[in-house]
Design a protein around this ligand. Structure first.
Ligand code: CFM
Length: 546
Protein backbone atom coordinates (compact mmCIF):
# COMPACT_ATOMS: atom_id res chain seq x y z
CA UNK A 1 0.00 0.00 0.00
CA UNK A 2 1.39 3.37 -0.96
CA UNK A 3 1.81 6.03 1.67
CA UNK A 4 -0.82 8.71 1.49
CA UNK A 5 0.45 11.99 0.10
CA UNK A 6 0.51 14.61 2.81
CA UNK A 7 -0.98 17.29 0.63
CA UNK A 8 -4.75 17.33 0.44
CA UNK A 9 -6.54 17.35 -2.86
CA UNK A 10 -9.06 20.17 -2.88
CA UNK A 11 -11.47 18.54 -5.25
CA UNK A 12 -12.49 15.06 -6.14
CA UNK A 13 -14.86 13.92 -8.80
CA UNK A 14 -17.52 11.59 -7.34
CA UNK A 15 -17.85 9.60 -10.55
CA UNK A 16 -14.09 8.99 -10.55
CA UNK A 17 -14.16 7.99 -6.90
CA UNK A 18 -16.95 5.52 -7.59
CA UNK A 19 -15.09 4.07 -10.57
CA UNK A 20 -11.95 3.71 -8.46
CA UNK A 21 -13.84 1.89 -5.70
CA UNK A 22 -15.14 -0.62 -8.21
CA UNK A 23 -12.04 -0.99 -10.36
CA UNK A 24 -10.49 -3.96 -8.54
CA UNK A 25 -13.62 -6.09 -8.33
CA UNK A 26 -14.47 -8.98 -10.63
CA UNK A 27 -17.21 -7.73 -12.96
CA UNK A 28 -20.10 -9.53 -11.22
CA UNK A 29 -19.17 -8.07 -7.84
CA UNK A 30 -18.59 -4.65 -9.38
CA UNK A 31 -22.08 -4.68 -10.91
CA UNK A 32 -23.63 -5.52 -7.56
CA UNK A 33 -21.62 -2.98 -5.61
CA UNK A 34 -22.34 -0.28 -8.20
CA UNK A 35 -26.00 -0.42 -7.18
CA UNK A 36 -25.01 0.19 -3.56
CA UNK A 37 -22.84 3.20 -4.30
CA UNK A 38 -24.86 6.29 -5.12
CA UNK A 39 -23.67 9.70 -6.18
CA UNK A 40 -26.24 11.91 -4.60
CA UNK A 41 -28.93 13.43 -6.81
CA UNK A 42 -28.13 10.92 -9.49
CA UNK A 43 -25.35 12.94 -11.07
CA UNK A 44 -24.24 10.73 -13.90
CA UNK A 45 -25.52 7.78 -11.93
CA UNK A 46 -27.52 5.04 -13.59
CA UNK A 47 -29.02 3.97 -10.28
CA UNK A 48 -31.31 6.65 -8.88
CA UNK A 49 -32.34 4.29 -6.10
CA UNK A 50 -29.92 2.58 -3.78
CA UNK A 51 -29.75 -1.15 -3.32
CA UNK A 52 -29.87 -1.95 0.40
CA UNK A 53 -30.71 -4.76 2.84
CA UNK A 54 -29.25 -7.30 0.43
CA UNK A 55 -26.73 -10.07 1.11
CA UNK A 56 -23.07 -9.18 1.39
CA UNK A 57 -20.93 -10.85 -1.26
CA UNK A 58 -19.04 -13.73 0.37
CA UNK A 59 -15.36 -12.93 0.81
CA UNK A 60 -15.91 -9.20 1.22
CA UNK A 61 -14.96 -7.95 4.67
CA UNK A 62 -18.25 -6.32 5.59
CA UNK A 63 -18.74 -3.93 8.50
CA UNK A 64 -22.01 -5.68 9.38
CA UNK A 65 -22.86 -7.78 12.40
CA UNK A 66 -25.15 -10.81 12.58
CA UNK A 67 -28.83 -11.29 13.33
CA UNK A 68 -28.10 -12.60 16.82
CA UNK A 69 -26.13 -9.39 17.53
CA UNK A 70 -29.14 -7.29 16.54
CA UNK A 71 -31.51 -9.28 18.73
CA UNK A 72 -29.51 -10.09 21.83
CA UNK A 73 -27.08 -7.20 21.85
CA UNK A 74 -29.00 -4.29 20.40
CA UNK A 75 -32.65 -4.66 21.35
CA UNK A 76 -32.64 -6.89 24.44
CA UNK A 77 -29.17 -6.03 25.73
CA UNK A 78 -30.05 -2.73 27.45
CA UNK A 79 -32.93 -4.07 29.58
CA UNK A 80 -31.57 -4.63 33.05
CA UNK A 81 -34.03 -6.96 34.80
CA UNK A 82 -34.40 -9.67 32.15
CA UNK A 83 -31.96 -12.58 32.32
CA UNK A 84 -30.63 -12.89 28.77
CA UNK A 85 -29.60 -16.51 28.34
CA UNK A 86 -27.69 -17.37 25.18
CA UNK A 87 -28.08 -20.91 23.91
CA UNK A 88 -24.87 -21.53 22.04
CA UNK A 89 -21.09 -21.76 22.11
CA UNK A 90 -19.44 -19.45 24.60
CA UNK A 91 -17.82 -17.22 21.94
CA UNK A 92 -21.22 -15.80 20.96
CA UNK A 93 -21.81 -14.72 24.57
CA UNK A 94 -18.42 -13.25 25.07
CA UNK A 95 -18.89 -11.16 21.93
CA UNK A 96 -22.20 -9.79 23.21
CA UNK A 97 -21.03 -9.13 26.76
CA UNK A 98 -21.38 -5.38 27.35
CA UNK A 99 -19.23 -4.37 24.39
CA UNK A 100 -21.91 -1.95 23.15
CA UNK A 101 -21.56 0.45 26.09
CA UNK A 102 -25.32 0.63 26.65
CA UNK A 103 -25.53 2.05 30.13
CA UNK A 104 -28.08 1.42 32.84
CA UNK A 105 -29.18 2.73 36.16
CA UNK A 106 -29.60 -0.18 38.57
CA UNK A 107 -32.82 1.42 39.86
CA UNK A 108 -34.34 1.36 43.35
CA UNK A 109 -34.77 -2.44 43.37
CA UNK A 110 -31.18 -3.00 42.29
CA UNK A 111 -32.30 -5.77 39.95
CA UNK A 112 -29.68 -5.61 37.26
CA UNK A 113 -28.33 -8.55 35.26
CA UNK A 114 -26.53 -6.49 32.65
CA UNK A 115 -23.06 -7.24 33.92
CA UNK A 116 -23.65 -11.00 33.85
CA UNK A 117 -22.98 -13.23 30.90
CA UNK A 118 -25.43 -16.15 30.74
CA UNK A 119 -24.71 -18.97 28.31
CA UNK A 120 -25.41 -22.69 27.93
CA UNK A 121 -21.79 -23.08 26.76
CA UNK A 122 -22.68 -25.59 24.03
CA UNK A 123 -20.12 -28.31 23.37
CA UNK A 124 -19.61 -30.80 20.51
CA UNK A 125 -21.67 -33.43 22.34
CA UNK A 126 -24.65 -31.02 22.55
CA UNK A 127 -24.45 -30.46 18.81
CA UNK A 128 -24.52 -34.23 18.23
CA UNK A 129 -27.11 -35.27 20.83
CA UNK A 130 -29.16 -32.04 21.03
CA UNK A 131 -29.01 -29.13 23.44
CA UNK A 132 -32.54 -28.95 24.86
CA UNK A 133 -31.71 -30.71 28.14
CA UNK A 134 -28.81 -28.39 28.74
CA UNK A 135 -30.98 -25.38 27.98
CA UNK A 136 -33.69 -26.58 30.39
CA UNK A 137 -31.09 -27.01 33.13
CA UNK A 138 -29.63 -23.55 32.46
CA UNK A 139 -33.03 -21.87 32.67
CA UNK A 140 -33.71 -23.69 35.95
CA UNK A 141 -30.33 -22.63 37.31
CA UNK A 142 -30.86 -18.96 36.41
CA UNK A 143 -34.32 -19.08 38.00
CA UNK A 144 -33.08 -20.70 41.21
CA UNK A 145 -30.20 -18.26 41.55
CA UNK A 146 -31.93 -14.98 40.74
CA UNK A 147 -35.72 -15.45 40.66
CA UNK A 148 -35.98 -12.89 37.84
CA UNK A 149 -39.34 -11.84 36.51
CA UNK A 150 -38.31 -12.81 33.03
CA UNK A 151 -35.81 -15.01 31.19
CA UNK A 152 -35.13 -14.54 27.47
CA UNK A 153 -33.44 -17.26 25.42
CA UNK A 154 -31.40 -16.47 22.32
CA UNK A 155 -30.60 -18.96 19.57
CA UNK A 156 -27.15 -18.88 17.97
CA UNK A 157 -26.32 -20.47 14.59
CA UNK A 158 -25.78 -24.10 15.74
CA UNK A 159 -29.15 -24.14 17.54
CA UNK A 160 -30.98 -23.53 14.29
CA UNK A 161 -28.81 -26.02 12.45
CA UNK A 162 -29.47 -28.90 14.84
CA UNK A 163 -33.11 -27.91 15.36
CA UNK A 164 -33.40 -27.50 19.15
CA UNK A 165 -36.99 -26.42 19.88
CA UNK A 166 -36.24 -23.45 22.13
CA UNK A 167 -39.81 -22.13 22.04
CA UNK A 168 -41.28 -25.34 23.48
CA UNK A 169 -38.60 -25.42 26.18
CA UNK A 170 -39.38 -21.78 27.04
CA UNK A 171 -43.12 -22.43 27.23
CA UNK A 172 -42.62 -25.49 29.43
CA UNK A 173 -40.44 -23.55 31.87
CA UNK A 174 -42.78 -20.55 31.93
CA UNK A 175 -45.71 -22.84 32.85
CA UNK A 176 -43.59 -24.62 35.45
CA UNK A 177 -42.45 -21.40 37.20
CA UNK A 178 -45.72 -19.49 37.06
CA UNK A 179 -44.04 -16.24 38.18
CA UNK A 180 -41.40 -15.81 35.49
CA UNK A 181 -42.07 -14.97 31.84
CA UNK A 182 -39.85 -17.17 29.69
CA UNK A 183 -39.75 -16.75 25.90
CA UNK A 184 -37.27 -17.41 23.14
CA UNK A 185 -35.89 -15.71 20.05
CA UNK A 186 -35.08 -17.64 16.88
CA UNK A 187 -32.35 -15.14 16.09
CA UNK A 188 -29.66 -17.41 14.68
CA UNK A 189 -26.83 -15.30 13.26
CA UNK A 190 -27.57 -16.42 9.70
CA UNK A 191 -31.32 -15.69 9.91
CA UNK A 192 -31.09 -12.45 7.94
CA UNK A 193 -28.59 -10.43 5.94
CA UNK A 194 -27.55 -8.32 8.94
CA UNK A 195 -28.39 -7.32 12.51
CA UNK A 196 -31.50 -5.58 11.20
CA UNK A 197 -33.32 -8.93 11.03
CA UNK A 198 -32.42 -9.46 14.68
CA UNK A 199 -34.04 -6.16 15.66
CA UNK A 200 -37.25 -7.31 14.02
CA UNK A 201 -37.20 -10.75 15.68
CA UNK A 202 -36.55 -9.17 19.09
CA UNK A 203 -39.19 -6.48 18.77
CA UNK A 204 -41.82 -8.91 17.57
CA UNK A 205 -41.36 -11.09 20.64
CA UNK A 206 -41.34 -8.12 23.03
CA UNK A 207 -44.56 -6.97 21.44
CA UNK A 208 -46.16 -10.41 21.63
CA UNK A 209 -44.96 -11.48 25.08
CA UNK A 210 -44.61 -8.29 27.15
CA UNK A 211 -46.27 -5.12 25.81
CA UNK A 212 -49.72 -4.55 27.32
CA UNK A 213 -49.19 -6.82 30.33
CA UNK A 214 -49.41 -4.07 32.96
CA UNK A 215 -52.62 -2.04 32.88
CA UNK A 216 -51.87 -0.01 36.02
CA UNK A 217 -52.19 3.74 35.45
CA UNK A 218 -48.86 5.57 35.36
CA UNK A 219 -48.53 9.04 36.87
CA UNK A 220 -47.59 11.98 34.65
CA UNK A 221 -49.27 14.52 32.44
CA UNK A 222 -47.50 14.32 29.10
CA UNK A 223 -46.77 10.65 28.62
CA UNK A 224 -44.60 9.40 25.80
CA UNK A 225 -42.53 6.37 24.84
CA UNK A 226 -39.12 6.91 23.36
CA UNK A 227 -38.58 4.23 20.73
CA UNK A 228 -35.16 3.37 19.30
CA UNK A 229 -32.92 4.99 21.93
CA UNK A 230 -30.37 2.64 23.49
CA UNK A 231 -28.50 4.75 26.03
CA UNK A 232 -25.10 4.32 24.45
CA UNK A 233 -22.51 6.24 26.46
CA UNK A 234 -25.32 7.71 28.59
CA UNK A 235 -27.27 9.39 25.75
CA UNK A 236 -30.51 8.20 27.33
CA UNK A 237 -29.59 9.74 30.69
CA UNK A 238 -29.18 13.15 29.06
CA UNK A 239 -32.46 12.81 27.17
CA UNK A 240 -34.23 11.77 30.40
CA UNK A 241 -32.76 14.79 32.18
CA UNK A 242 -34.22 17.06 29.52
CA UNK A 243 -37.62 15.32 29.54
CA UNK A 244 -37.86 15.64 33.32
CA UNK A 245 -36.97 19.31 33.17
CA UNK A 246 -39.68 19.87 30.57
CA UNK A 247 -42.30 17.92 32.52
CA UNK A 248 -42.53 15.13 29.93
CA UNK A 249 -43.02 11.63 31.38
CA UNK A 250 -41.24 8.83 29.56
CA UNK A 251 -43.28 5.67 30.24
CA UNK A 252 -40.88 3.39 28.43
CA UNK A 253 -37.73 3.55 26.38
CA UNK A 254 -37.18 0.82 23.81
CA UNK A 255 -34.77 -0.19 25.14
CA UNK A 256 -32.06 2.06 26.65
CA UNK A 257 -31.96 1.91 30.45
CA UNK A 258 -35.24 0.00 30.38
CA UNK A 259 -36.98 -2.53 32.59
CA UNK A 260 -39.44 -5.31 31.88
CA UNK A 261 -42.22 -3.23 33.38
CA UNK A 262 -41.56 -0.33 31.00
CA UNK A 263 -42.30 -2.61 28.02
CA UNK A 264 -45.33 -4.04 29.84
CA UNK A 265 -46.71 -0.51 30.36
CA UNK A 266 -45.86 0.98 26.96
CA UNK A 267 -49.53 1.03 25.90
CA UNK A 268 -50.17 3.66 28.60
CA UNK A 269 -48.31 6.41 26.74
CA UNK A 270 -50.05 8.96 24.51
CA UNK A 271 -47.31 9.49 21.93
CA UNK A 272 -44.46 7.44 20.51
CA UNK A 273 -41.34 9.40 19.68
CA UNK A 274 -39.14 7.39 17.30
CA UNK A 275 -35.42 8.05 17.43
CA UNK A 276 -33.79 5.19 15.45
CA UNK A 277 -36.19 4.56 12.61
CA UNK A 278 -34.35 1.48 11.37
CA UNK A 279 -34.52 -0.65 14.45
CA UNK A 280 -38.07 -0.01 15.52
CA UNK A 281 -40.41 1.77 13.07
CA UNK A 282 -42.59 -1.36 12.78
CA UNK A 283 -43.14 -1.37 16.56
CA UNK A 284 -44.41 2.20 16.31
CA UNK A 285 -46.86 1.06 13.65
CA UNK A 286 -48.00 -1.92 15.74
CA UNK A 287 -48.49 0.25 18.85
CA UNK A 288 -50.63 2.59 16.81
CA UNK A 289 -52.79 -0.14 15.29
CA UNK A 290 -53.26 -2.07 18.51
CA UNK A 291 -53.52 0.71 21.09
CA UNK A 292 -54.13 3.93 19.14
CA UNK A 293 -50.84 5.67 20.02
CA UNK A 294 -49.66 7.91 17.14
CA UNK A 295 -45.97 8.24 16.33
CA UNK A 296 -43.59 10.95 15.19
CA UNK A 297 -39.93 10.89 14.20
CA UNK A 298 -37.60 12.75 16.54
CA UNK A 299 -33.84 13.18 16.82
CA UNK A 300 -31.97 14.12 19.97
CA UNK A 301 -28.54 14.08 18.33
CA UNK A 302 -27.64 17.74 17.77
CA UNK A 303 -28.73 20.62 19.99
CA UNK A 304 -30.89 22.22 17.29
CA UNK A 305 -32.46 18.86 16.50
CA UNK A 306 -33.12 18.35 20.22
CA UNK A 307 -34.90 21.70 20.48
CA UNK A 308 -36.91 20.91 17.35
CA UNK A 309 -37.91 17.49 18.69
CA UNK A 310 -38.99 18.91 22.05
CA UNK A 311 -41.11 21.53 20.30
CA UNK A 312 -42.67 18.81 18.17
CA UNK A 313 -43.62 16.80 21.26
CA UNK A 314 -45.07 19.93 22.91
CA UNK A 315 -47.05 20.82 19.80
CA UNK A 316 -48.66 17.39 19.81
CA UNK A 317 -49.98 17.82 23.33
CA UNK A 318 -51.01 21.39 22.48
CA UNK A 319 -50.93 22.57 26.07
CA UNK A 320 -49.56 26.03 26.87
CA UNK A 321 -48.06 24.85 30.14
CA UNK A 322 -45.88 22.32 28.33
CA UNK A 323 -45.02 24.65 25.44
CA UNK A 324 -43.88 27.35 27.86
CA UNK A 325 -41.80 24.93 29.87
CA UNK A 326 -40.13 23.50 26.75
CA UNK A 327 -39.28 27.03 25.56
CA UNK A 328 -37.90 27.89 29.00
CA UNK A 329 -35.69 24.77 28.98
CA UNK A 330 -34.39 25.49 25.48
CA UNK A 331 -33.66 29.11 26.46
CA UNK A 332 -31.81 27.94 29.54
CA UNK A 333 -29.75 25.21 27.82
CA UNK A 334 -28.82 26.85 24.55
CA UNK A 335 -26.43 29.63 25.65
CA UNK A 336 -23.82 27.11 26.82
CA UNK A 337 -24.23 25.13 23.59
CA UNK A 338 -23.90 28.22 21.41
CA UNK A 339 -20.83 29.43 23.28
CA UNK A 340 -19.11 26.07 22.73
CA UNK A 341 -20.23 26.00 19.11
CA UNK A 342 -18.92 29.49 18.37
CA UNK A 343 -15.63 28.59 19.95
CA UNK A 344 -15.03 25.35 18.02
CA UNK A 345 -16.30 26.71 14.71
CA UNK A 346 -13.28 28.95 14.42
CA UNK A 347 -11.30 25.73 14.04
CA UNK A 348 -13.78 23.25 12.55
CA UNK A 349 -15.55 25.31 9.88
CA UNK A 350 -15.17 23.75 6.43
CA UNK A 351 -13.63 20.50 7.65
CA UNK A 352 -14.97 17.27 6.17
CA UNK A 353 -16.39 14.08 7.67
CA UNK A 354 -17.35 10.59 6.58
CA UNK A 355 -19.77 8.40 8.50
CA UNK A 356 -20.56 4.75 8.07
CA UNK A 357 -22.64 3.51 10.97
CA UNK A 358 -25.48 1.03 11.49
CA UNK A 359 -28.86 2.14 10.27
CA UNK A 360 -29.54 5.64 11.58
CA UNK A 361 -26.54 7.38 13.09
CA UNK A 362 -24.96 8.42 9.80
CA UNK A 363 -28.02 10.62 9.40
CA UNK A 364 -28.41 11.79 13.00
CA UNK A 365 -24.77 12.78 13.45
CA UNK A 366 -24.81 14.82 10.30
CA UNK A 367 -26.77 17.34 12.40
CA UNK A 368 -23.91 17.67 14.86
CA UNK A 369 -21.35 18.10 12.10
CA UNK A 370 -23.57 20.76 10.46
CA UNK A 371 -23.67 22.63 13.74
CA UNK A 372 -19.86 22.67 13.71
CA UNK A 373 -19.75 23.94 10.13
CA UNK A 374 -18.41 20.60 8.92
CA UNK A 375 -19.47 18.93 5.70
CA UNK A 376 -20.34 15.25 5.38
CA UNK A 377 -18.80 14.22 2.06
CA UNK A 378 -19.64 10.54 2.17
CA UNK A 379 -21.96 8.50 4.36
CA UNK A 380 -23.92 5.30 4.49
CA UNK A 381 -25.38 2.52 6.55
CA UNK A 382 -24.23 -0.99 7.29
CA UNK A 383 -27.72 -2.42 7.22
CA UNK A 384 -30.21 0.40 6.56
CA UNK A 385 -33.11 -0.39 4.28
CA UNK A 386 -34.09 1.76 1.32
CA UNK A 387 -36.56 3.73 3.46
CA UNK A 388 -33.70 4.80 5.76
CA UNK A 389 -31.95 6.27 2.73
CA UNK A 390 -34.78 7.48 0.55
CA UNK A 391 -37.70 7.97 2.96
CA UNK A 392 -40.75 5.98 3.99
CA UNK A 393 -42.61 6.59 0.74
CA UNK A 394 -40.61 3.73 -0.85
CA UNK A 395 -41.87 1.13 1.67
CA UNK A 396 -44.84 -0.08 -0.42
CA UNK A 397 -42.50 -0.64 -3.38
CA UNK A 398 -39.88 -2.66 -1.48
CA UNK A 399 -39.35 -6.12 -2.85
CA UNK A 400 -39.90 -9.01 -0.46
CA UNK A 401 -37.06 -11.43 -1.11
CA UNK A 402 -36.23 -14.82 0.39
CA UNK A 403 -34.28 -13.20 3.22
CA UNK A 404 -36.97 -10.76 4.32
CA UNK A 405 -39.63 -13.43 4.00
CA UNK A 406 -37.73 -15.30 6.69
CA UNK A 407 -38.69 -12.65 9.26
CA UNK A 408 -42.14 -12.90 10.77
CA UNK A 409 -44.55 -10.01 10.12
CA UNK A 410 -47.03 -9.87 12.96
CA UNK A 411 -50.59 -9.12 12.00
CA UNK A 412 -52.01 -6.68 14.55
CA UNK A 413 -55.66 -5.79 15.24
CA UNK A 414 -56.99 -3.04 17.52
CA UNK A 415 -57.12 -4.31 21.10
CA UNK A 416 -60.73 -4.88 22.16
CA UNK A 417 -60.40 -3.22 25.55
CA UNK A 418 -57.23 -1.16 25.38
CA UNK A 419 -57.46 0.60 22.03
CA UNK A 420 -58.13 4.28 22.54
CA UNK A 421 -57.82 7.10 20.03
CA UNK A 422 -55.51 9.73 21.54
CA UNK A 423 -57.18 12.64 19.77
CA UNK A 424 -60.40 13.25 17.86
CA UNK A 425 -60.27 13.15 14.06
CA UNK A 426 -60.81 16.93 14.07
CA UNK A 427 -57.81 17.41 16.38
CA UNK A 428 -55.58 15.26 14.16
CA UNK A 429 -56.76 17.15 11.11
CA UNK A 430 -56.05 20.52 12.71
CA UNK A 431 -52.52 19.43 13.58
CA UNK A 432 -51.84 18.12 10.10
CA UNK A 433 -53.28 21.26 8.52
CA UNK A 434 -50.80 23.27 10.56
CA UNK A 435 -48.01 21.25 8.92
CA UNK A 436 -47.60 18.61 11.66
CA UNK A 437 -46.43 15.28 10.32
CA UNK A 438 -47.07 11.87 11.83
CA UNK A 439 -45.38 8.66 10.66
CA UNK A 440 -42.93 10.47 8.46
CA UNK A 441 -39.23 9.94 7.88
CA UNK A 442 -37.46 11.29 4.81
CA UNK A 443 -34.20 9.40 5.26
CA UNK A 444 -30.55 10.31 4.79
CA UNK A 445 -30.44 11.05 1.07
CA UNK A 446 -32.40 14.35 0.97
CA UNK A 447 -30.10 15.76 3.67
CA UNK A 448 -26.87 14.97 1.81
CA UNK A 449 -25.40 17.57 -0.52
CA UNK A 450 -25.31 17.16 -4.25
CA UNK A 451 -22.34 15.17 -5.43
CA UNK A 452 -21.67 13.51 -2.10
CA UNK A 453 -21.30 9.74 -2.13
CA UNK A 454 -23.74 7.48 -0.31
CA UNK A 455 -22.62 3.89 0.14
CA UNK A 456 -24.52 0.93 1.52
CA UNK A 457 -22.71 -1.90 3.33
CA UNK A 458 -19.27 -0.35 2.93
CA UNK A 459 -16.43 -2.81 3.35
CA UNK A 460 -12.87 -2.70 4.55
CA UNK A 461 -11.33 -2.35 1.11
CA UNK A 462 -13.66 0.43 -0.01
CA UNK A 463 -13.28 2.29 3.31
CA UNK A 464 -9.53 2.51 2.84
CA UNK A 465 -9.86 3.47 -0.82
CA UNK A 466 -12.40 6.15 0.01
CA UNK A 467 -10.16 7.70 2.65
CA UNK A 468 -7.21 7.57 0.32
CA UNK A 469 -9.11 9.33 -2.47
CA UNK A 470 -11.24 11.85 -0.59
CA UNK A 471 -9.06 12.50 2.46
CA UNK A 472 -11.69 13.45 5.03
CA UNK A 473 -10.68 15.30 8.20
CA UNK A 474 -12.43 12.64 10.23
CA UNK A 475 -13.85 9.18 9.60
CA UNK A 476 -16.61 7.77 11.83
CA UNK A 477 -17.51 4.08 12.05
CA UNK A 478 -16.85 1.22 14.46
CA UNK A 479 -14.01 -0.57 16.16
CA UNK A 480 -13.34 -2.91 13.22
CA UNK A 481 -12.51 0.11 11.07
CA UNK A 482 -10.80 2.21 13.70
CA UNK A 483 -7.19 1.14 13.49
CA UNK A 484 -6.91 0.66 9.76
CA UNK A 485 -8.20 4.21 9.24
CA UNK A 486 -5.85 5.68 11.82
CA UNK A 487 -2.98 3.93 10.06
CA UNK A 488 -3.96 5.89 6.96
CA UNK A 489 -3.24 9.06 8.90
CA UNK A 490 -6.86 10.13 9.43
CA UNK A 491 -8.52 10.57 12.85
CA UNK A 492 -11.20 8.02 13.55
CA UNK A 493 -14.17 8.39 15.91
CA UNK A 494 -16.28 5.42 16.87
CA UNK A 495 -19.93 6.33 16.58
CA UNK A 496 -21.24 3.00 17.86
CA UNK A 497 -19.56 2.81 21.24
CA UNK A 498 -18.28 6.43 21.23
CA UNK A 499 -14.81 5.08 22.08
CA UNK A 500 -14.89 5.83 25.79
CA UNK A 501 -16.81 9.10 25.44
CA UNK A 502 -20.36 10.34 25.44
CA UNK A 503 -23.09 11.25 25.95
CA UNK A 504 -23.50 13.08 22.65
CA UNK A 505 -27.28 13.40 22.72
CA UNK A 506 -29.22 16.45 23.87
CA UNK A 507 -27.69 19.76 24.87
CA UNK A 508 -24.85 18.64 27.11
CA UNK A 509 -24.02 15.86 24.64
CA UNK A 510 -23.66 18.36 21.79
CA UNK A 511 -21.07 20.30 23.77
CA UNK A 512 -19.15 17.07 24.46
CA UNK A 513 -19.20 16.19 20.79
CA UNK A 514 -18.08 19.62 19.56
CA UNK A 515 -15.11 19.58 21.89
CA UNK A 516 -14.01 16.03 21.11
CA UNK A 517 -14.29 16.44 17.37
CA UNK A 518 -12.48 19.78 17.54
CA UNK A 519 -9.57 18.04 19.29
CA UNK A 520 -9.56 15.17 16.79
CA UNK A 521 -9.71 17.13 13.55
CA UNK A 522 -7.16 19.65 14.72
CA UNK A 523 -4.60 17.16 15.94
CA UNK A 524 -1.87 16.21 13.50
CA UNK A 525 -0.76 13.14 15.36
CA UNK A 526 -2.25 10.59 12.93
CA UNK A 527 -0.78 12.24 9.89
CA UNK A 528 2.71 11.62 11.31
CA UNK A 529 1.98 7.90 11.49
CA UNK A 530 3.52 5.44 9.14
CA UNK A 531 2.67 1.78 9.30
CA UNK A 532 5.69 -0.54 8.98
CA UNK A 533 4.58 -1.75 5.56
CA UNK A 534 4.36 1.83 4.31
CA UNK A 535 8.02 2.28 5.08
CA UNK A 536 9.19 -1.15 3.96
CA UNK A 537 6.76 -2.84 1.60
CA UNK A 538 7.89 -6.45 1.59
CA UNK A 539 5.16 -8.24 -0.25
CA UNK A 540 3.18 -7.38 -3.32
CA UNK A 541 0.60 -9.47 -5.08
CA UNK A 542 -1.94 -9.19 -7.84
CA UNK A 543 -5.34 -10.75 -8.35
CA UNK A 544 -5.73 -13.60 -10.85
CA UNK A 545 -8.10 -11.59 -13.02
CA UNK A 546 -5.68 -8.71 -13.39
FE1 CFM B 1 -30.40 2.10 15.57
FE2 CFM B 1 -28.57 1.96 17.31
FE3 CFM B 1 -28.14 2.55 14.79
FE4 CFM B 1 -28.92 0.07 15.44
FE5 CFM B 1 -26.37 -0.66 15.99
FE6 CFM B 1 -25.99 1.20 17.85
FE7 CFM B 1 -25.68 1.75 15.29
MO1 CFM B 1 -24.00 0.19 16.53
S1 CFM B 1 -30.13 0.50 17.03
S2 CFM B 1 -29.48 1.30 13.78
S3 CFM B 1 -27.98 -1.94 15.42
S4 CFM B 1 -29.08 3.70 16.24
S5 CFM B 1 -25.49 -0.85 17.90
S6 CFM B 1 -27.45 2.11 19.18
S7 CFM B 1 -24.53 2.37 16.95
S8 CFM B 1 -25.02 -0.11 14.50
S9 CFM B 1 -26.40 3.33 13.87
Amino acid sequence: MAAIPKKKLVQWDPAEVKAELLAKYPSKVARKRAKQIMINEAQGNETPEISANVRTTPGIITMRGCTYAGCKGVIMGPTRDIVNLVHGPIGCSFYAWLTRRNQTDAGPDGENYMNYCFSTDMQDSDIIFGGEKKLTAAIQEAYDLFHPRSIAIFATCPVGLIGDDIHTVAKRMKDKFGDCNVYAFSCEGYKGVSQSAGHHIANNQVFKHIVGENDAEKPGKYKINLLGEYNIGGDGFEIDRIFKKCGITCISTFSGNSTYDQFASAHKADLNAVMCHRSINYVADMLETKFGIPWIKVNFIGADATAKSLRKIAEYFGDKELTDQVEAVIAEEMPEVLAARTDVRTRTEGKTAMMFVGGSRAHHYKELFNEMGMKTISAGYEFGHRDDYEGRQVIPTLEVDADSRNIEEIHVEPDETRYQARKTPAEFEALEKAGYTFKQYDGLVPDMDQGTIIIDDLNQYEAEKLVELMKPDIFCAGVKEKYSIQKLGVPMKQLHSYDSGGPYAGFKGAVNFYQEIDRLVNSRVWSYMQAPWQKNPELSASYVWE
